[in-house]
Design a protein around this ligand. Sequence first.
Ligand code: AMP
Length: 309
Amino acid sequence: MSLLVVGSVALDTVETPFGRAEDAIGGSATYFTAAASYFVHTQLVGVVGADFPKGGIEFLQSRDVDLSGLVRLPGKSFRWSGVYSFDLSSRETLDTQLGVFAEFQPRIPESFRDAEWVFLGNIDPALQIDVLDQVRNPRLVACDTMNFWIEGKRDTLLELLSRVDMILLNDSEARELSGDHNLSRAARWIQARGPRYVVVKKGEHGAVLFTPTSVFFAPGYPLEEVFDPTGAGDAFAGGMMGSLAVAGGLDDADLRRAVIYGSAMGSFAVERFSVQRFEDLRNGEIEERVRHFRDMMVFELPIPVNVNV
Ligand code: AMP
């Protein structure tokens, strides 16, 4: 089983009501691999600049990520900065500096081209298509996107959709992409354009999986302390894809379990700044949280409904 991810490897400057982190290790591919590496050996394709710190590379190495697709170019690393609202439910992007990302042409190493599970992290949809053209026969291709591309590269994004099996996106992105405020209709609209599986993430309120024949809802994990929501979506995707790769199948039970593992990994990501939580997270903690998810979702059926009342 092999899992390939392409995405950003970044330096993030993040401000939340609890503090500020400057030039911290981040990026969609970083959070994704940090989470996915608890399940499978993950292959990363991305780019960093000359300024990317040794500690960031060492972190990925410590998670046993295959970095033969990570190139270092002269110039500056991709930088993103954002500030969160008081309740952490919304964020504003303050600045995006593409740096070496501007000239990035993903080249998939020969040893990665037979990857069975492929995740196209949030980057220019033209680059996501470029990656797709280089992989041979994946079992499942999933992608992420964001408002930046929905607004700026809509046609290319629609072309990408026609070629992927799954998309993960936020509720606001689903609404913007489909032009429909109703999430169930928005998901059906997206499915009609290609992906069989649509995962709509609703931040602390959980996530909904739409398949051609069913709908599954995972609650958000009731954390008492959230420090930095950055990367929750990518860690979710890493947990979900990692879990699917381990299970090796795509039936309803596999997909539902994967949504729960995704929710668990997303919930760990937000407990500390940057990828810090993945520096000491243990396998047993993941299993415990997943079990807690199941306990939260169990209820008894049925009670007789009194038709005379
Ligand atoms: P999330 O909170 O899951 O949406 O992921 C946030 C991560 O995405 C941060 O670590 C950023 O470095 C990265 N990011 C933000 N904007 C972009 C973009 N336009 N392209 C690629 N990565 C981005």
